[in-house]
Ligand binder design. Sequence first.
Ligand SMILES: *[C@@H]1O[C@H](CO)[C@@H](O)[C@H](O)[C@H]1NC(C)=O
Ligand SMILES: *[C@@H]1O[C@H](CO)[C@@H](O)[C@H](O)[C@H]1NC(C)=O
Ligand SMILES: *[C@@H]1O[C@H](CO)[C@@H](O)[C@H](O)[C@H]1NC(C)=O
Ligand SMILES: *[C@@H]1O[C@H](CO)[C@@H](O)[C@H](O)[C@H]1NC(C)=O
Length: 687
Amino acid sequence: MAMAIAAPLSRPRWSATALTWYISAFIFILLGSAPPASLAASDGGSAGSDNNGDDDDDPCLLYLAQSTIPNAGLGVFAGASFKKDQQVGRVGDAAILTVDQNWHLSSEGVSVSKGEGDYHWPLTNYDWNAPDIGCEWEAEDVSVTVTGFGAAPNCHFRLINIAEHKATYDNAGLDRYKSPGAGASTPWFNRSSTALWDIEAGSELFVDYGQDWFLTRDGVFELVPVADSFEKAQSFLKHYGELLVGSTNPDDLVEDKMALDEDARRDLWDIIRTFPYVTRERQALPVNHEDAIRAIHGDIQAIEKENSVRSVQYLKERGKCMDNIVPAKSNIPHAGRGAFATRLIPKGGLVAPAPVVHIADKSSTNMYNEKIGRHGNIVRDESVIVTQQIILNYVFGHPNSTVVLFPYSSNVAYINHHATEYNAEVRWAKDFSFYHKNEWLSKPVDFLEEQWTSGLLLEFIALRDIQAGEEVLINYGDEWQAAWDEHVQKWHPSNSDTLWTKTTDNNTGLSEYLRAEVLNDDMATPIRTMAEQAVEPYHSSIHFKCYVNVNHLSPYEFEPLTRPYFKREWDRRVDMRDDSDDVHYNACNVTLRYESDEDDSGDDDDDEVEEGAGAEYLYTIELEVKKEFGNTFISEFHVITDVPREAIAFVNLPYTSDIFLKNAFRHEMKLPDDVFPKAWMNAILEN
Ligand SMILES: *[C@@H]1O[C@H](CO)[C@@H](O)[C@H](O)[C@H]1NC(C)=O
Ligand SMILES: *[C@@H]1O[C@H](CO)[C@@H](O)[C@H](O)[C@H]1NC(C)=O
Ligand SMILES: *[C@@H]1O[C@H](CO)[C@@H](O)[C@H](O)[C@H]1NC(C)=O
Ligand SMILES: *[C@@H]1O[C@H](CO)[C@@H](O)[C@H](O)[C@H]1NC(C)=O
C-alpha cells in the first residue's frame, strides 16, 4: 500500500484516505503550523579539484562542503582530528567592524538618530556583537563581521563543538605617522576558535550563534531547529511510534508489529518531512525513515551526531579545502598582512573557496559628516561623505555596478594586490549547486536585493604553481591601482591625527598616538598624575578606568543639596572581587602618586628594595559617579586613596583607532570584466 508523495510547495495531491487525514491533523497538532516555506532541493555536487588535501602527511585541516543539516547550505568540516581546547585551523579569523550604521544609513530625515534602520545590509545576518570580539569601545554602535569561523559554519544547538574567543588588536606594525596603509586594513586579528571536546576528522563544525539569532529570522532563513524544537520533535516521534505499532513500549517496535510495510513507512515519512508547512519542529526530525524509527525510543541528537560526520574521503572529493593559506606579514609595502600558501598549490588548483555575501548597493558603506540640526542636535549631513566603512576594502565590485560582494571564508581577506606579478585569480564556482545559485548571475540587481542569504561562491585559483610559503596575490584592477597611487602621492605623515567622525570633537592629540594596550603592558612606568599630564599629556585617545566599588549602603532619604563626597582607602576585598556585581571599571582620574610605604614583604629580606622602575607606587584617584534613584539623578564624588597600579587601566577612547583616521585609504577591489555579471551593471561610469 504505497502512497503517493506530495510535491513540495503544492497542495497535497495524495488521495484523502483516512490515514492521510489523520497524519495531517497529527502533524499540525504536534508540530504547529507556519507559513509555507520553500523546500530547497539539494544535490551533492562534485568539487574534486587538485590540491584538496590528498597528502595524508599534510591533511587539509578545514573543508567547506555541503552541510549535514538538510537545507542549511554550506558547512565547515574538520579535515583532521582536533583535541579538546586545541585551536581549530592554523590562525584565528579577521574581524571587520562596521560602525554606527543606523546613524549613517537609516532612512532620510532631518534629525536622524540611532534607531532601527531599514537599509539593505545583508551582513546583519552574519555579524557578531562587538563584546564577543572585544571591540565594543571602538565606537558608539559596533557590529563585527568575522570571516571564516565567524560566518561559514552552521549552528546546531545540540551539536555545538566549537568555542570562539575574542580577537586581538594588532595592526601589523602600520604606523599612522609613517604608513599610507594605516587604517586601510582591519587591525582586529586572530579571532580564534577552539574545540569544545575531541573532534574526529570529518566532523561538521558547529558554532553557537545564540538562539535569538534564529528566532528573529523567520522567513529569512530556512527554519533551523532550536533547542525547543528537538523536544517537540522527540515527542512527535513517540506518537509516530504509537501510530506504527499501537504501543509506546520499545519492545513492540519490531517489524512484525508494524502497521505499515517498509515502503509505506518510507512514503509516510517523506510526507511528514515534505508536508507543505515547514516548522522548526519538523526540521528537527531525522531526514530518513530508518533514523526516525531508531530515534523513536532513542535520541535524535545521538543519531544526528553520527550523521554530522562525513568521511574524509568525501571531503577530499566533494569538499573544498579552506586551509591552503594563512596570514602573515605581507611582502607588499603598507599592506599589513598577506595570505601565504601553506602547501604547494599547483597551477589551476584551488587557493581558497570564497562564499560571498552580496550587497546590492555599495553606497550603504558611506559614512556621512555631522552637522548641527534645526533643534540644536547633531544630525547627519548627507552632502558630505567623510569616508566609507572599512569593509569596502574587503569587497569585490565593478565600476559599472552598485553591487559589491564580500567573501567570507577563512583568510581570503588577506589576499593582496599586485598589478603585474599576481599568481592567482578569481572565478565563479562551477559546482556546489546546493549552494551556488548560478542563475543569480543573470538576474537584475532588484532581484539580488531581495535575497537575504548568501548564495554565490567564488574561488581563488592559482595561475601558476604557488610554492609553500609564497604570498598569494591577485590583481585588484586598474581602478584600485589608480586610487592607491593617488592616495600614496597625496598622503603625508602628520603629527596631528585627523579622525573623521565627531567633527565636533577635538582630536588634535598633543602627543604621539600610543595605544592603551601598550601602556597597560608596561606596569613598571609610573602613571602620570593629572598635574603631570598638564605638562606631559598622554595622547588624547587615552583615558583611565579604575576597579572600584562605588556602591554604598547608606540610601538617600532625600535629595542632597550638595554633591555627596566620599573618601576612603582602596580595599581589595571590596574593590576588586571577581564575584561581585558591584565592582565595575569606572572612569577615573589619577590625582596623586606616592611610594607604597608598608614593608610587609617580610620574607623578602634582601635589602634590595627596588627604586625607580619597578618600585611599588600607590595612587589617589577621583571619580564622578552619576546614579539614578527613581527619577532623581545624583552625582557623587569619590576620592579613593592607596589604589594599586593593577586596579588602574588605560583605555582607548572610541573613534581613535587607525581605521578612524580621516586619510585612511578606502577602495573596493574589482572583479574582472569577464567575471562580473553583465546583468548587474546598473551604473554607468560618469567619465
Ligand atoms: C591566536 O590566538 C591564540 C589563542 O589566544 C594563540 O594561541 C595564538 O598564538 C594566536 N596566533 C597568532 C598568530 O597570533
Ligand atoms: C583643541 O585642542 C587644542 C590643543 O589643546 C587647542 O589649542 C584648541 O583650542 C582646541 N580646540 C577646540 C575647538 O577645543
Ligand atoms: C577628570 O577630570 C576632568 C578635568 O577636571 C573632568 O572633566 C572629568 O569629569 C574627570 N573625570 C572623572 C571620571 O571624574
Ligand atoms: C562600463 O561602462 C562604460 C560606459 O558606459 C562602457 O564603455 C564599458 O564598456 C562598460 N564596461 C563593461 C565591462 O561593460
